[in-house]
Design a protein around this ligand. Structure first.
Ligand SMILES: Nc1nc2c(ncn2[C@@H]2O[C@H](COP(=O)(O)OP(=O)(O)OP(=O)(O)O)[C@@H](O)[C@H]2O)c(=O)[nH]1
Ligand SMILES: [Mg+2]
Length: 229
């Protein structure tokens, strides 16, 4: 019989992480509220797209921009540590893109978004998509002032990435399971990932996509376009 795994748990305040300071999160929430007001003043829908490294956020955003830019004016803020690689790809699909380089930070925050919003002609935009820095931990805590928060994962991250990262799904309105064409090779069942998301966040809307094979992308884009009406 396998012996039970010993678990060491941290108690509040025991992990030294300046990012988790309550003051900082409170200030971030205040700025996020201002960002949301600003977006609403200009009738802009904001979506924060979070998700694991390499899950397909940029590829999905590029496809969504290609579909929706026929009808709507779209701006994208692209969070990345140091490069403009993702921004350059998304720009080619027809959106105005601003890169936010976070340096060593593993997430965007409301202040960085506020700075980026100053660079946009807000009265010319219908939809603001924000690609957050790729990871399933820090971005969840830092609201940006968007109306919806989406988490993208892919089957290549294995069967347990959802249950192992519950907090980010608690913050999400929408979940996307990408790279589904690889489900058999990966031996990962997307329906099980869906159930895990719904157990963590009842009411979450979940989509299965393959951004590469163009499966489910149109459905996701239609869902977003309905939010714009
Ligand atoms: N097989 C397959 N590959 C995909 C799919 N979607 C994206 N990819 C590939 O996965 C890799 C990472 O995709 P990105 O869109 O850059 O992922 P990301 O989440 O933006 O990555 P980071 O910004 O680095 O966190 C690229 O090589 C994509 O071509 C998919 O549906 N199927
Ligand atoms: Mg990316």
């Amino acid at each position: 019989m396998q012996r039970k795994t010993k678990i060491i748990e941290s108690i509040d305040g025991e992990i030294f992480d300046i990012e988790l300071s309550e003051d900082l999160l409170k200030k971030n929430k205040e700025i996020a509220r201002e960002n949301k007001k600003l977006l609403e003043k200009h009738n802009i829908l904001g979506i924060d797209i979070m998700g694991a490294i390499g899950a397909g956020k940029t590829t999905l955003i590029t496809k969504i921009v290609s579909i929706l830019s026929k009808k709507y004016k779209i701006a994208v803020l692209c969070g990345d540590l140091t490069t403009t690689l993702d921004a350059d790809i998304i720009k080619s699909a027809g959106a105005e893109v601003i890169q936010i380089n976070t340096g060593k930070e593993c997430h965007l925050d409301a202040n960085l978004v506020r700075k980026a919003l100053k660079e946009l002609s807000l009265n010319k935009i219908d939809l603001l998509i924000i690609e957050n820095v790729g990871n399933l931990i820090c971005p969840g805590e830092f609201v940006l002032g968007t109306h919806k928060r989406m988490v993208v994962v892919s089957v290549t991250e294995g069967p347990f990435m959802v249950v192992k990262h519950p907090y980010i799904f608690m913050e999400a309105d929408v979940g996307v399971i990408n790279k589904i064409e690889l489900k058999d090779v990966m031996d990962v069942e997307p329906k099980k990932l869906q159930s895990a998301m719904k157990k963590i966040k009842p009411g979450i809307k979940v989509f299965e996509t393959s951004a590469r094979k163009n499966i489910g992308v149109e459905i996701l884009a239609t869902f977003i376009s309905k939010l714009l009406k």
